[in-house]
Design a protein around this ligand. Structure first.
Ligand code: HEM
Length: 206
């Protein structure tokens, strides 16, 4: 038996295995579904929120009601996502990334989690302080009754009115922070994809 040939083949297989690219570390399917679903819903909600004022009068109410329903859905999904995050370790970023870039990614991710909760929460607070909230009950997608925040809804109208404006301004400013972070998040992913040729996008797709 020619043992030298079989041992050479075994050595070559071993070497191939040694130099084969490592499989890409990916997020779990649950994390991917939550990521893309929340991304699509947030973008849809930014479009609806920004366009509400420029629409014909009879469109405004249904558009804002849909905006509220999508926002509350995002709040629920974001809480699920936080639960996923605290119970799972995300795949580590490639080791060849400089430490400042890894740190920037972690900070951006943390702030995005914060905004995924703070933005809909501020919208809900703004809506709960609306003077007509009690006479316009909220229904998610026109079907499921959803409460206002009682602590705000039951305040004296004289206190509620200025709060409505403040919460509205907070909602707008958190929106600005979201645009900046999304630009950083998407810009970073594109930089790794196109300039560094080290895809991080593949980590978030099956
Ligand atoms: C994913 C979550 C959300 C995002 C990304 C979002 C984004 C926005 C944006 C960009 C605006 C326009 C702000 C401006 O131009 O000043 C807006 C307005 C508004 N949002 Fe949200 N929002 C979210 C959730 C909510 C929720 C949960 C509610 C209420 C339950 C809500 C209620 C409102 C209201 C009442 C307005 C004012 C619309 C108008 O009168 O023009 N939002 N939102």
């Amino acid at each position: 038996m020619d043992t030298s040939t079989s041992s050479r083949t075994a050595t070559r297989d071993g070497a191939d295995a040694l130099y084969a690219p490592l499989p890409i570390a990916r997020y779990t399917h649950t994390a991917m579904i939550l990521h893309w679903l929340i991304a699509v819903l947030i973008i849809a909600n930014v479009v609806l929120g920004l366009s509400a004022d420029s629409l014909p009068d009879d469109w405004v109410r249904p558009v804002i009601d849909t905006h509220k329903s999508i926002g509350i859905t995002v709040l629920g999904l974001a809480l699920l996502r936080v639960l996923w995050r605290v119970s799972h370790r995300p795949p580590p970023l490639p080791r060849e990334f400089p430490s400042w870039e890894r740190m920037a990614a972690h900070v951006a991710h943390f702030l995005l989690y914060f905004l995924m909760i703070a933005l809909p929460l501020s919208g809900w607070m703004h809506d709960s302080a609306w003077k007509d909230a009690a006479t316009h009950p909220m229904h998610l997608f026109g079907v499921v009754p959803f409460p206002r925040i009682g602590l705000i809804l039951n305040l004296d109208p004289a206190v509620k009115e200025p709060l409505h404006d403040r919460f509205g301004a907070l909602h707008t400013y958190l929106g600005y922070a979201l645009y900046a972070l999304l630009a950083m998040h998407i810009g970073g992913a594109l930089k790794h994809e196109l300039l560094d040729r080290k895809s991080v996008f593949k980590r978030m797709v099956p």
